[in-house]
Design a protein. Sequence first.
Length: 536
Amino acid sequence: MGNTTMENRTPLFTSSDWDFETLEKVYKEIENVALNDLGLDTYPTQIEIISSEQMLDAYASIGMPLMYEHWSFGKHFVREGNLYRKGLVGLAYEIVINTSPCICYCMEDNTMALQALVMAHAGFGHNHFFKNNYLFKQWSDAEGILGYLAYAKGYVSRCAESYGMKEVEKTLDAAHALMNHGVFRYERRTKSRLDKEEIREERRRENEERTFNVLWSTLPRKGKEGEASEEEKEIAKRKKMLNLPEENILYFLEKFSPAFGPGENWKREIIRIVRNVAQYFYPQRQTKVMNEGCATFVHYYIMCALHERGLLTEGAMQEILVSHTNVIAQPDFDDPRFNGINPYKLGFEMMRDIVRISTGIDQATNKPCSQEQLDEDKEWFPGIAGCGDWRSVLKDAWANFRDESFILQFLSPYLIRKLRLFEIFDDEKSSYQEVAHVSDDAGYKAVRRDLAKQYDLGLIDPNIQVVDVDLRGDRLLRLEHTIQSGIQLDDKDRDMTLHYLRQLWGYDVSLESIHQRSGETAYKIVAEAEGIKVSK
C-alpha cells in the first residue's frame, strides 16, 4: 500500500506484555511513519494508561478528563460497569480527546500489539483529523477546552454550594434535554478562547442585568387594536431585535429567558456551559465516518509499514489484523447483528478506494486495475484518477469535507459494487418495501446521494426554531417544527422536551409542526403550567 521495503531489523517487541520503555520505543517508530511517510500534521500527543475503572469513568463523563458534576454521569457509570462485569459488553481499547496536547487513554489490559495499534489509531489518525478538519477548526478550541472544563466544573460546584445541588441539577436536566438544540449549525460566529471564559463570565455578571433591562425597555409597544399593518411592523421589529428566527434554542434562552431574575443569572451561565459543550462535540457528530475511517486507515498503514520493515513479528501482526478485522466487520442486512452501516468499515474502505483511484492499483490484490475500471474512474473522478499522489488527495479530503459531502464526492461505483449497497424505499402507506436502487449504472448516483443524506444532520435532527415572542405581552414563546420527509416528532420525547423548555422559559411555550412541502399545519401543541395541550 505504501513505499515501504523489507528490512532485516530486530522486532520492537516479542512478548504480549508491555512496559513504558517498550511503549516509548514503539511510539517513536509509529511517529516516524506517520510524520515522514504519511506526512501527518498532529497536535503533541499525550499517552495515558488507565484501568478499566478509569475507562468506565471516562465513558460516564463523555470522555473528558474534567467535567462538571451531574447525576446522569453516575447513572452511566453504574450501567456500563454492571454490563462490563457481567461480560455483556467490552470496553474500548482507547479513548482520544480533541485537545492540545491530544490526550489518548489506553487500557492497561491491552497487549503490547494492541497498544501499538491504538497509539497509531488515536495518537496519529484521530489526532491529525482533529487538528486539520475545517469543522473542528471552526467550532472547537483544542487548546482552551481543558481550561474551560476546569472553569465549568468549578462554577457548577460553587453554584451547588450557594443554591443547592437540587436547584443546579434541575437547571442542568433541562439544559441537557435541549442539548441537540443548543448548537449553531450554519453560521460562523466569532470564536474566542474557551480558557479565558472565567474572565468573560465576571464581565457578563457585572453588565448582564443592565443590558437585559435596556433591551426590554426598548421593545415597541402594541398599536391600537385592529391596526394590522402596525401589528405586522411591531412583530417585524421585535423579530429583528431578537434576531429571529433562531435555531440555537439554548442560546436564545440564555440571552432572553424571563424566568431568571436578577439573582439567577447563574442559571444563564449554566445554560451557556451546556451549549458550549454541545457545540464542542458537534463536529464529531458530523464526521463519524471520516474520523474513524481516517484513524483506521492510518493505523492499518502504519502497522503494515512496521511489519514490512521487520519491526513487528508475525504473531503481533496477526493479532493486530484480527482486531482490525473485528473493528471493520460489517454484518449483512439480513444478519441478526445488522445495525446499519459500520462507520469504521465505510470510512476505511473509502480511504483505501481513494488510494486505488489515485494509483490505479487495486489495494486488495495489489494488482493494476483493468482498463475498464480505469476508464470508469476517470469518468467519475477526473480530478484525481491516476494522479499518483494519494497522500495529498486523502489529506485534502480529511481537511475539507464532512461525512455527507465526503460520500457525495468520493463514493465510487466500484465501492458500491464491492459493498453490495442497495436502497429500499419504505412507504408508510404501503404494506411492503420496494428495492428502489441497486448497484448498477442506473442506481449508482441514487445510492450515493441517498446514503449521503443519512449523514446530513440538517436532515437527521428535527428542524425546530424560535420564531416569535412578545416579551411585553403574554410572553408566549413560539416555535416552529418543519416536518421533513414526513418524519414526525416522537410524542413522548416531544412532550418531555417541551416540559423542560417551559421550565427554562418560565412561561407558556407553543410548538407548531408544519409540513415542509405543503406548508400546512399538522398540529399545534402548547406547554402550559398545567400540562401539554395538543390541537390537530
